[in-house]
Ligand binder design. Structure first.
Ligand SMILES: CSC[C@@H](O)[C@@H](O)C(=O)COP(=O)(O)O
Ligand SMILES: [Zn+2]
Length: 207
């Protein structure tokens, strides 16, 4: 049975276009990053492991189930469990984007445990925020080649501290999500700008 529906191909097109945009910003060097979108039947369209995310073709997007098992014989992203854990936790989340952006990587080196974003108008680009008068925390997790263990660390944090908009993996990159691919791209672009502000401010504040 062919499980690839029109919806799958439409989400695949969105992820391919997102990849071109993200690559145009320099946020997915080499074959880094991974992207996904949830389908209405609960399955997930996700990037095949090891592909260049700025040069994705339809063949580079594959189908997995909600537990991350391949449904089409292809090899899903090495970080699939980070995607499935977020979809499991947040029923409204429909897309997850993971770039290896310079600013997320640098921010993790400078700020170590979390990035605090406060009093920026652009925070309103994040879902659920309607004023600059707010403070959000983007946690930074230690990098780990053991992805199940990393997924558990993220889950533990979310159990203890509640909902967040994104997280950084130290020396690695950013995960963010949203109610559509477009929403998630907006989050990515806003967060990159805000990380840039914090990194430059940090430089200014140094003696
Ligand atoms: C090119 S190294 C990057 C990988 O180790 C990983 O972090 C990554 O983001 C891409 O892995 P992938 O398996 O292609 O989804
Ligand atoms: Zn990665």
């Amino acid at each position: 049975m062919n499980l690839k529906t029109d919806e799958f191909y439409s989400k695949a097109d969105e992820l391919i276009a997102a990849g071109r945009f993200i690559d145009s910003k320099g946020w997915v060097p080499a074959t880094s990053g991974n992207f996904s979108a949830r389908l209405s039947d609960g399955n997930i369209a996700i990037t095949v492991s090891g592909r260049h995310k700025g040069q994705l073709q339809c063949d580079d997007i594959m189908l997995i189930d909600a537990d991350g098992l391949s449904l089409d014989g292809k090899k899903p992203s090495a970080e699939t469990l980070l995607h499935t854990a977020l979809y499991r936790r947040y029923p409204d989340v429909q897309s997850i984007l993971h770039p290896h952006s310079l600013n997320a990587t640098l921010a993790s080196r400078l700020f170590k445990t979390e990035v605090v974003l406060e009093n920026y108008e652009l925070l309103k680009a994040l879902s659920g925020i309607d004023t600059h008068e707010c403070r959000i925390v983007i946690p930074i997790f230690a990098n780990d080649q053991n992805i199940p263990r990393l997924a558990t660390a993220v889950d533990d944090y979310l159990d203890n501290y509640g909902a967040i908009h994104a997280y950084i993996i130290a020396g690695h990159g950013l995960y963010t999500w949203g109610n559509s691919v477009t929403d998630t791209l907006r989050h990515l672009e806003a967060l990159d700008f805000l990380f840039d502000c914090e990194i430059r401010l940090y430089g200014v504040k140094q003696p």
